[in-house]
Design a binder for this molecule. Structure first.
Ligand code: 8YV
Length: 313
């Protein structure tokens, strides 16, 4: 008997084929009537394949009384009620580490593109405007500046190492100071922003970090400062960010994540001092393959009674 596994969000085709072979899959992601499917198969599903932007709360969980394992295809799981899973005796896995380099690279890509006005320059060359009216205005350099990392976890640390290589001085904010780290610690995000030319958000999302990058922090970065976000849209006060960019109180921003995805606030479209990316920091063939394989391998480990590879709870 193959275990029944509910799919709320698919993983990559090659790994979906592996799942098909090992389990009876119920594709909630493809269902016309999700409620009817849940009512029919929910009681017998012991596994779930999901993704960080799909909500898994107490009400959803109540429809899955046999659930034992949730394999989440992203590193972030702020839409998943982990305490509720734990209370129900359900294990959760995610996909850390394999995406760290690509996400950190994306932060640097956005940082450099925002400060050097890459997109403006590209448009300038393509349109022939360069030949007609000369170079674009001068931009802002990076080397020798200070960068504040909000959340020095695996990804934040990888960003910090890259920033050091660019000649930036690194400071960070976290709930507590990390022993044995050479970077300057700040117990307050506004104080970090005051010290920083560039602020990078790389913290987890969820209620605990909502608008942790406040209007005051953006104000502290100032008209020559830059804000980079590869974390979650919720970690910054987005209306304040838009206003600060519009009024030139913040120099530039590079954003991979937004409060409303995949339809971010249209006000972003009219701003020339922001570089936008469609929540795609982990979006490479190589990394998505590894993330998908972790989804499969964690499920396989669970059903074989082995240790989970990347457990959350
Ligand atoms: C995105 C991520 O899920 O793993 C995470 O938590 O945010 C990313 O991998 C991915 O970029 C698609 O939205």
């Amino acid at each position: 008997m193959k275990p029944d596994v509910l799919v709320t969000y698919p993983t990559r085709p090659r790994q979906m084929a592996q799942l098909e072979a090992a389990y009876t899959l119920h594709r909630l992601d493809l269902a016309d009537d999700r409620q009817a499917m849940l009512a029919e198969v929910g009681p017998r599903c012991s596994g779930m394949v999901t993704f960080g932007h799909v909500t898994l709360d107490e009400a959803f969980l109540a429809q899955l009384p046999a659930l034992k394992i949730v394999s989440c295809g992203s590193v972030g799981y702020d839409t998943i009620d982990v305490p509720a899973l734990t209370r129900a005796g359900v294990r959760l896995t995610n996909t850390p580490d394999v995406l760290t380099d690509d996400v950190a690279d994306t932060a640097l890509m956005l940082l450099l593109a925002a400060r050097r006005r890459l997109l403006q320059g590209d448009r300038h060359v393509r349109s022939g405007e360069w030949g007609r009216s000369g170079p674009i205005p001068l931009t802002r350099s990076t080397a020798g500046k200070t960068v504040g990392i909000v959340g020095l976890g695996r990804i934040g640390s990888a960003i910090a190492r890259r920033c050091e290589a660019l000649g930036l001085k690194v400071g960070y904010y976290g709930r507590s100071e990390k022993p044995g780290i050479g970077y300057r610690y700040f117990a307050d995000v506004v104080a970090l922003a005051e010290w920083s030319d560039i602020l990078v958000a790389s913290t987890t999302g969820g209620a605990g970090t909502r608008a942790i990058v406040s209007a005051a922090a953006l104000e502290a970065l100032g008209p020559e400062g830059s804000f980079i976000n590869i974390a979650r849209g919720s970690v910054v006060d987005e209306p304040a960010l838009i206003a600060a960019l519009k009024e030139g109180r913040l120099g530039s921003a590079g954003l991979d994540v937004f409060e409303n995805e995949p339809n971010p606030d249209p006000a972003f479209r009219d701003l020339d001092n922001v570089v936008l990316y469609p929540h795609h920091a982990s979006g490479t063939e190589e990394t998505r393959d590894k993330m998908a394989q972790l989804v499969v391998d964690n499920l396989a480990a669970f059903f074989a009674g082995r240790d989970l590879l990347t457990p959350v709870n």
